[in-house]
Structure formats: structure tokens, C-alpha cells
Design a protein around this ligand. Sequence first.
Ligand SMILES: *Cc1c(COP(=O)(O)O)cnc(C)c1O
Length: 298
Amino acid sequence: MNQVVDIVFPKGISLVIKREDLLHPLISGNKFRKLKYNIEEAKKQGQEVLVSFGGAFSNHILALAAAGNEYGFKTIGVIRGNELESAVEQNPTLFQARKLGMKFLFVTREEYRTKTNAEFLKKLQNRFGDFYVVPEGGTNELAVKGCEEILNEGDSQFDYVCTAVGTGGTISGIINSSFSNQKILGFSALKGDFLSDDIRKFARKNNWELIQDYNFGGYAKVNEELISFLNELYQKTAIPLDPVYTGKMVYGIIDLIEKGYFPENAKILAIHTGGLQGIRGINLVQQKKNRQTLVYDF
Ligand SMILES: *Cc1c(COP(=O)(O)O)cnc(C)c1O
């Protein structure tokens, strides 16, 4: 569903949000797209267990747990940070994933870095048996194929398509299915120059640009300005955004509109990639620090 953002922008510019967050209550947004063909492949291979990796608030981990629950797989989440082992009840993402049947393996940050090594995977296999590995963040060829289904024919009217970028899988799919008249803008949710190279691995066109100015200091970092912006936007438009990905993107889009980046009458489509489940966790952290929270959660 495409939803017009009911704000009058300068120069006749318009902004529409593609509500991919509404695809599924738990397998939200781009994580739904990224898992679709991986689930099919795991079924084809006769696998019964899905393994993946993620941090404390990972949208991907919860989506995997929900997909396993829905499509009949056992799921194992390798979680970064062994201190979380005793804090699952206080972590809305992990708590919900566990309720959906996911088993966890908590590892130190050092060990997490070795998670794709043969030795680490061997250890997992000894403990859990055979499994299908979905990469961290869910990005692989099949995930990109799923994300190629985000845009449809009707979206050819837009001059710009914007999306938040984590591992680059989602934007790659969007680039591949974009129309020749369109420019794809990726708003990086994390610091890192490696992202453009990651996108080039999967993207088959060059009509894109990565914008690095709106990561707010790094992955999952937020400040008062961002939280206020999201609360005000929600009050004005009733569109809920998350503070890790889509919130930073829309902040960036509106800032770029105000700075004159877009030409007159530009039609901008922004992809709502979901991630709303993470808000509760972020709000708990904000509360602990006595900082402002988002006025909505899911
Ligand atoms: C994971 C995620 C992204 C990033 O997607 P990539 O394919 O890793 O670039 C963007 N938005 C939301 C809400 C996400 O959960």
C-alpha cells in the first residue's frame, strides 16, 4: 500500500510511503521479502532447522523466529553479547522470539566475529545437527530476489525511490527492479564505507547513490532531535517509523528536501521497511537513561 505523506513540501515536491511494514505483523517489511525465497530453498533442501545471527534488537532475528513458527522450521539465533543470556525477559525482541520457539546461542562479541568461519559452524552443527544458514541481516542472492518484488508497475511514476540501508540487500533488490527514469537513494543506518561495495555485489544497475549523512552517530544510536522528529511526524501523519532505519531515512529525506537537493515537482517514494518491533527495546533503553521515548510502540 502506498500512503501519501500529508505535508506540503516546497517546490511542489511530494513524498509517498510504501507501507511494507503492513505485510505481516511479525515478519515485517523487508525481512519478509528477504526470507521468502530462503524459506522456499530450505524446504527444497529438506532442512528442518534455520540458523541466523543478530544483535539485541534485531528485526531479522524476530522475523526468522516468526517465519520458522509459521512455516514449520526450528530456529536458532546466534546472538551477539553473552550478557544478554540472563536478560531475555527484559529484551522485548528476544523474549518474543523465544515465545515463537527460537533457541538461542549467546556468544561474546569476539566469538560473534568468527560466526561464518567453518570452525564455528562445525561447532554449531555438533550441537544442533544439520541446518540452513540465513546470513546476518538475511542478505544473500535469494534475499535480493525477494526484494526485487518490492516495487511494482505502478511505482514507475516516482522519480526517486528511497530506502534505509543496513547490509545492502534491500536496496540491491530495489535497484534491480527499478525503472530506467528512477534514481535510488540509500540512507545508511550505520557508519561504514564498505556498504557501497556490498551493494555492488548484488546490484545490476548504477542508478543509485548511498547517503551517509543521516546515521546519527551509528547503528541504533538515537538523539533527542530524532525522537522529537518521529513523535511530531507521527502526530501529523499517523505514520509510525522506527528510530534505527526508517526514521533516519525520512529525517534525511525531509532535510534534503529543505536543503534543495531534489528538483521541482520531484515525486519521491520512500520504502517503509518495517522494524517497528524494535521500538519497545529502544524505548526501554531511553527510559533507563531518563531520555525521551517514542509515543508509540508495537
Ligand atoms: C534490516 C532492515 C533494513 C536494512 O536492510 P538491508 O537489506 O540489510 O540493507 C532496513 N530497514 C529495516 C526496518 C530493517 O529491519
